[in-house]
Ligand binder design. Structure first.
Ligand SMILES: NC(=O)c1ccc[n+]([C@@H]2O[C@H](COP(=O)([O-])OP(=O)(O)OC[C@H]3O[C@@H](n4cnc5c(N)ncnc54)[C@H](OP(=O)(O)O)[C@@H]3O)[C@@H](O)[C@H]2O)c1
Length: 324
């Protein structure tokens, strides 16, 4: 398990700008489970964060100095600003964390939550791979998190008949039922998920959007409908394991039930990100998608806030607000 003692706080000078750069005073920092993987010294889709580096993280902040005509003082910009109070916007060709201006009418923190990486991931994974349709039964694990809570609502908007969320604890389950329009919420910490799924889905699950892996993936595999689609968005149950856990025990259900199981990264669909953001934005404005931000406060609380993801303490998107 990642520890707060893995991080130290250091003070330095606010950077001075070179040509084509702008300086941002960071307002909100976003936390994602994937950041745990960035701390492992292994080859992945992004290089690992090195010991002594600033921790990589997305954030949003206000431009307070600029030597780049694209960024005016007072504008809000999101980008990969890291765990720091001030960050320099550099032009990058990287798909990951490229700076993005916050449209004037949009609350800046929304660019990190429902309109940020997690909301967009829910949209792209659900629609490109899950492809929910009229009458489908859709299952989401990690359902009360930033990605899961949006994924289920998108499935419902696309005609799914029954959306089932699996989450830890009554508060999260109540939120899914009362506000997010989920039809069923299963508390995996106090209920037997496999049995509940059997009861709730007599004809099986057509689309399973999995954020967790481990035994919950097996519970889903055993309850799929023939020709069902399993979207592997993440596997947070294993992110802090020192040994790679064995794969799904019931993977032969893929054969028996003619299932498809496909993983994806948000960045596989870069050409669809703008469309995803504009559709999500419209749904939010129309009141068709509910979202929640869990906002902690204060620079010193950053490591502790990161741990909240793995302790299941966050409801909705985990953010931290910096008070300057
Ligand atoms: N493929 C992509 O491009 C992409 C992009 C973004 C995110 N993701 C993945 O999507 C998933 C959700 O990310 P998020 O940013 O939206 O985080 P999140 O769901 O808002 O927060 C993490 C949640 O995971 C649950 N959790 C933590 N440890 C667990 C465990 N051992 N077993 C079961 N559940 C556990 C907790 O909820 P409970 O209280 O319900 O346990 C916690 O609140 C992650 O797997 C992440 O890696 C993938």
């Amino acid at each position: 398990m990642v520890q707060t003692s893995n991080f130290t706080m250091q003070e330095g000078d606010v950077p001075s700008l070179e040509a084509n750069q702008a300086l941002v005073r960071v307002k909100f920092i976003a936390f994602e489970p994937a950041m745990r993987g960035w701390l492992d010294d292994v080859k992945s889709y992004v290089p690992p964060v090195q010991i002594g580096d600033v921790m990589r993280a997305s954030g949003v902040g206000e431009v307070i100095a600029s030597k780049n005509e694209k960024y005016a003082i007072g504008e809000y910009v999101s980008g990969m600003f890291g765990w720091q109070e001030y960050a320099v916007i550099k032009e990058t060709s990287d798909k990951i964390g490229a700076p993005l201006k916050v449209p004037p009418a949009v609350p800046p923190q929304l660019m990190l939550s429902a309109l940020g990486g997690t909301g967009v991931t829910a949209y792209l994974g659900m629609l490109n791979i899950g492809k929910p349709g009229k009458g489908d039964t859709v299952l989401i694990t990690g359902a009360a998190g930033a990605t899961g809570s949006i994924a289920g609502q998108i499935a419902k908007l696309k005609g799914a008949e029954k959306v089932i969320g699996v989450a830890g604890g009554k508060t999260k389950c109540d939120w899914l039922l009362d506000e997010c329009g989920y039809d069923v919420a299963i508390d995996y910490k106090s209920e037997r998920v496999r049995r509940r799924l059997r009861e709730e889905c007599p004809t099986g699950v057509n689309v399973f959007f999995d954020n967790v892996g481990g035994t919950l993936l097996d519970d889903g595999l055993l309850n799929m409908a023939r020709y069902g689609r399993i979207v592997i968005c993440g596997g947070i149950s294993a992110y802090n394991e020192t040994e790679v856990p064995p794969g799904p025990k019931y993977y032969m259900q893929l054969v028996a039930r003619h299932l498809t199981m496909e993983g994806f990264l948000l960045y596989d669909y870069t050409d669809q990100i703008d469309e995803a953001r504009s559709q999500l934005s419209a749904w939010i404005q129309e009141g068709k998608i509910r979202h929640r931000e869990d906002i902690q406060h204060g620079f010193e609380q950053i490591p502790q806030t990161f741990l909240r993801l793995f302790e299941g303490k966050n409801v909705g998107k985990q953010l931290l607000e910096l008070e300057h």
